[in-house]
Design a protein around this ligand. Structure first.
Ligand SMILES: [Zn+2]
Length: 265
């Protein structure tokens, strides 16, 4: 069901790609140097680079969110100790793909963060409850996957509050994390998150699974770019995610074998 087909259009987000930050209790969790529209360097086939524990993330370069927004792109990470990484799964819940992802996470004892879209939450509340019941974290990903880079304060606030209201109504937990669709951050979204006491969540490893590049490409990109602190972006909604599920089936045990620990932001 391609509810969000075409949502990864280029153009708007490239110019609006922004960093994440921490200020006054807002902890900047990540921002990605490789924007969704810019393919990462082609990984060398069959030579994944695994360096768990030897690549600790640098301190955040900005103390003020506005500075990060002006500068644009920076990489941010989870700061949870050696070999800690975070798996984030966006655009669901979806009746076909979410249960398959949940089954894999259950099989390997992995806890992930699901960045859910309010309209999907409303349509599939049982899936939301299943995600929460298995101990995963649920983040706010707007009501309808809107690009809020140039949206008004009222629109941004409405998108975030309506979605948090729905997630809380369905799961019993109000999300404290916000992930911007398309990575489209703006000073307005930062200000609104501050007002709503929400932390920002971005990513640092984007295998572009949403573009369906082939399961092997998704695997290579994750295994090549993951380091201690990496926040990996995957999707369980917005289109056919069979390649994503197939890739997770391979990379989850490989990452565990390499010594990584999965944490939530
Ligand atoms: Zn998304």
């Amino acid at each position: 069901m391609a509810v969000f087909a075409g949502m990864r259009n280029t153009g708007t987000s490239q110019a609006t790609r922004r960093a994440l930050l921490s200020l006054g209790g807002l902890m900047l969790l990540s921002a990605c140097a490789a924007h969704a529209e810019v393919p990462p360097p082609a990984p060398t086939r069959n030579t994944p680079t695994l360096v768990p524990g030897d690549s600790h993330p640098s301190p955040l370069p900005f103390s003020d969110p506005a500075d990060a927004v002006r500068v644009g792109k920076q990489e941010f990470y989870v700061h949870s100790g050696p070999q800690a990484i975070a798996l984030t799964i966006d655009d669901g819940p979806h009746p076909e793909w979410t249960p398959q992802v949940l089954e894999l996470l259950r099989r390997y004892g992995i806890t992930a963060t699901f960045c859910q879209v309010g309209a999907q939450v409303s349509a599939y509340p049982a899936l939301v409850r299943a995600v929460a019941a298995e101990g995963h974290l649920i983040a706010n990903h707007t009501w309808d996957h809107a690009d809020l880079a140039r949206a008004s304060a009222a629109t941004v606030r409405s998108q975030l509050e309506r979605t948090s209201d729905e997630i809380e109504k369905v799961s019993g937990h109000r999300p404290t994390l916000y992930r911007a669709p398309y990575g489209a951050w703006s000073e307005q979204t930062l200000a609104t998150c501050r007002q709503l006491d929400m932390r920002l969540l971005d990513w640092s490893v984007d295998p572009r699974d949403w573009s369906r590049p082939g399961t092997s490409r998704i695997i290579e990109r994750i295994m090549t770019h993951t380091r201690t602190g990496s926040i990996i972006l995957e999707h369980d909604g917005g289109g056919d995610r069979s390649q994503t599920v197939a890739a997770l089936r391979v990379v989850l045990p490989r990452l565990l074998d390499a010594g990584y620990r999965f944490v939530t932001p």
